[in-house]
Ligand binder design. Structure first.
Ligand SMILES: Nc1ncnc2c1ncn2[C@@H]1O[C@H](COP(=O)(O)OP(=O)(O)O)[C@@H](O)[C@H]1O
Ligand SMILES: [Mg+2]
Length: 410
């Protein structure tokens, strides 16, 4: 199922099954970090002895996982160490970029977290959550309320999976402050990846080159580079690759080309310059020359911004509730008024219909009356004409009658 996901678009780079090649021989660490890592490896190796043979796994069924947090600034070797751990255990590394996973799998994050654990279990892989700051401190990169809710839910699912996962899980985080207690409880050991000192930096410079094939000019002095540039291993790696590019790109025959001190110096200045531009565009002008201070300022900048965002989203919450309430009141009002208007319209229609029918009745009556009147008038006109004619007739008849009567009397 997860393979389906892997084959779909950008998700491929969110989850990666790596066959580890890096070993602890490739990593140069400050003593403290190295000791802490060695202790971690013992915990992993003896896990079966303690929780299997010694029966403690039966007494304690949860919270016994091998969960480690590699904490430190970028480029201090957290990722290669996770690879080296997997290599040493003879397992593959199942790498999840949680920050991407969280934003790209919106709506499906929880489901996919479950799938990630299932797959890692089946592969018996070392599960590695890279860039996992948002899990560790429950901070979310996007700030919509829906998103935050979902991300919170995803972290809860993840914490639950961790509770029951019996394999090795490694987190890599950059910010160490403000750990979520629920996450803290599950982490067995925090291993601090500090910035390398001069001695480590010198070895890191050398470790970035091929022991025999990389052509170096006679003036190369890694100690001097290590002293001049207080940078992370990641920066050294970038500078070495850049120096090789600069040297290879120069005029002349390839087999005569060498990487010289000036190439390394220029490359490192370019790397730092590029970083500074990026940091400044992100965090303004407040950066010192020293990389450690730069890093700290950058981290503090991120923290301050996240705090501000959190506070802002918190303060917006009541406002949002009020607006929601207001909108619902307005909507209610509008729908009430629409109802009333509709009722009114109905009433008006009915009244009009009644009035019309009343008018029609009255009109009919008037018409009837009028026609009766006309009839009557017509009849009246006939009667009026008769008397003239009848009067003459009647007068004659009377006269004749009287004459007849008088004649008879006489
Ligand atoms: N301590 C180190 N020893 C050797 N190489 C290192 C060390 N730290 C960083 N590097 C180099 O820098 C690269 C990036 O380091 P990475 O492990 O990704 O750092 P992080 O995960 O802490 O950001 C590595 O691949 C490696 O080449
Ligand atoms: Mg990394």
């Amino acid at each position: 199922m997860l393979r389906d996901l892997l084959n779909r678009g950008p998700r491929r780079d969110l989850v990666e099954l790596i066959t580890p090649r890096k070993t602890f021989a490739d990593v140069i660490l400050p003593d403290k970090t190295r000791r802490a890592l060695a202790d971690t490896l013992v915990q992993i190796e003896k896990h079966h002895l303690i929780f299997g043979s010694w029966g403690l796994g039966e007494r304690h069924t949860t919270g016994t996982g091998l969960i480690f947090n590699f904490a430190g600034p970028p480029g201090t070797g957290k990722t290669i160490c996770a690879e080296a751990v997997a290599n040493l255990l003879g397992r593959r590394l199942y790498k999840v970029r949680y920050s991407e996973l969280e934003s790209c799998w919106a709506g499906e994050t929880g489901k996919n977290i479950v799938a990630v654990f299932r797959e890692a279990r089946q592969q018996d892989a070392v599960l590695f959550f890279d860039e996992a700051d948002s899990i560790a401190s429950r901070r979310f990169t996007a700030m919509s309320l829906g998103y935050e809710r979902e991300a919170n839910q995803a972290v809860n699912i993840l914490l639950k999976e961790l509770e029951y996962y019996d394999g090795v899980v490694i987190f890599a985080t950059n910010l160490c402050a403000n750990f979520d207690p629920a996450f803290e409880r599950r982490v067995r050991t925090h291993i601090l990846f500090e910035m390398p000192g001069v001695h480590e930096r010198e070895l890191i410079w050398k470790a970035q080159l091929h022991p025999t094939k990389t052509p170096l000019a006679g003036d190369v002095d890694f100690r001097a580079l290590a002293e001049e540039f207080a940078v992370s291993g990641g920066d050294v790696k970038n500078a070495v690759l850049k120096a090789a590019q600069i040297a290879a790109g120069e005029e002349g025959q390839d087999h005569r080309k060498r990487i010289a001190q000036r190439h390394f110096r220029q490359a490192m200045q370019d790397v730092l310059g590029a970083k500074k531009v990026m940091d400044q565009s992100l965090f303004g002008e407040a950066l010192g020359q020293d990389t450690g201070a730069m890093m700290l300022t950058a981290l503090q900048g991120i923290e301050t911004r996240l705090h501000a965002l959190e506070a802002e989203s918190e303060s917006l919450r009541p406002q949002l509730a009020t607006v929601r309430q207001e909108v619902s009141i307005v909507l209610e009002g509008i729908s009430g008024r629409v109802d009333a208007a509709q009722r009114e319209l109905g009433d008006t229609r009915r009244a009009l219909a009644e009035e019309m029918s009343g008018l029609r009745g009255a009109l009919d009556e008037r018409l009837l009356a009028l026609s009766a009147h006309v009839d009557a008038r017509l009849r009246g006109a006939t009667l009026l004409r008769l008397p003239r004619w009848a009067a003459a007739t009647t007068g004659a008849a009377l006269l004749l009658g009287a004459a007849l009567a008088g004649h008879l009397l006489w």
